[in-house]
Design a protein around this ligand. Sequence first.
Ligand SMILES: *Cc1c(COP(=O)(O)O)cnc(C)c1O
Length: 480
Amino acid sequence: MDETERRTELSRLITRQLLDHTVERALSYLESLPERPVGARSGVAELRESLGGPLSEGGEEAVEVVRRLADAAEPGLVASAGPRYFGFVTGGSLPVALAADWLTSAWDQNAALSVMSPALSAVEETAARWLLDLFGLPETASVGFTTGAQMASFVGLAAARHAVLARSGWEVERRGLHGAPEIRILLAEESHVTVRVALRMLGLGDETPRAVAVDAQGRMRPEALEAALSSGTGPAIVCSEAGNVNSGAFDPLAEISEICRRQGAWHHVDGAFGLWAAASPRLAPLVSGLAWADSWTTDAHKWLNVPYDCGVAIVADAEAHHAAMTSSASYLIRQEGGERGGFDWVPEASRRGRAVSVWAALAHLGRSGVAAMVEGCCDLAARFAERLGGHDGVEIVNDVVLNQVLVRFLGDAEGDSDRLTDEVTRRLQAEGTCWAGGSTWKGRRVLRLSVSNWSTTEEDIDRSADAILGIWDQVRGATP
Ligand SMILES: *Cc1c(COP(=O)(O)O)cnc(C)c1O
């Protein structure tokens, strides 16, 4: 071996040792998930000590860096990938999706153009086709893989903005919004905040949307939408929800699409997690009429259980989608044969191959595996509601139609119930058996449980319900 060969061999061994060590650390973390306290044990202030300090002058061995990073971060990690995390709407990572994500990092492909990675172009194309098939959406619809649902809504609404203005003879990509016909935006009162953020980024500020009244479960009232739309004229976009972020309720999508057609409005559906109901024959009636909408948002990092970050934007009118997102420059080489350029469908240029883990999750689960995962979470949510709702002083305030359960702990007056509910939530988060957040539903404080993780079992639900009820008994006992 000459000197160069020796150095190459050494560097190969160092990389192997580094990655082997990293796999070990990752595995020991994953194996700790079922039993570790779910909430973080250290706050940012303490972590600043262990992860902070000045930038070193000469650097540090790679394997030492990984060891120090894993040790220092450990107490500040939230076991949100584990089976008893019910916070927000989260989901973990299927092992196959995690493995595919590791490969994605090792490959380090730029998924912008097919010439940069034919493999990732083909993976995206296939994952997109599988998703349309699973959701029962038109196979001619276009798909973009974004960082999350907020950006997916940005994409869907950019396509909407393009199309509704084009119908009024206004090319928004060329002329911008100055002097453009006014766009009417109608949102359900309960719609997710990220839809408003997406609209804001499109130049349609917070005061543009009009709120449409909802029912007790948070579902848009079609007659209110009809009245709001028919009271004006000109371009209009309606945003509905498949899966309310609190209650899990579904807007009446078929009726909304029908009204939108009649009134010439674009119908965008935010289904960040709820769209997955379409993948289950049992739950699909919740989204009946889904395919009649014009654009859809969903997340893969929530209910498909792939690692962050991965959202999906789907648009029925592929031309409007393309027009809103594509760019061109002399060096942005397009291949013959219409091969997919991932960046033509999203706001980013250079981008991660985030569809790879979607491809792997779908390939592994198959159609019935996806349905089983989604239905399984809903069954567990129903079990949660049953276990908690039967207990004295505990009220399940929503109809549990999907994977979301809203729980309220009752005192003598509404104000007492708010206080007690917040106290149960606070103690639960500190206790560590499981983790869930608080929310406000119809002006009342609730504990919000979302069952979205592939690995949660009946035993996890029972253990968590016991912990919640034990804390409730303590809180109640302590109340004078
Ligand atoms: C989570 C969620 C979003 C936002 O999703 P991100 O992936 O965090 O951008 C939007 N809408 C609904 C209904 C959600 O549940």
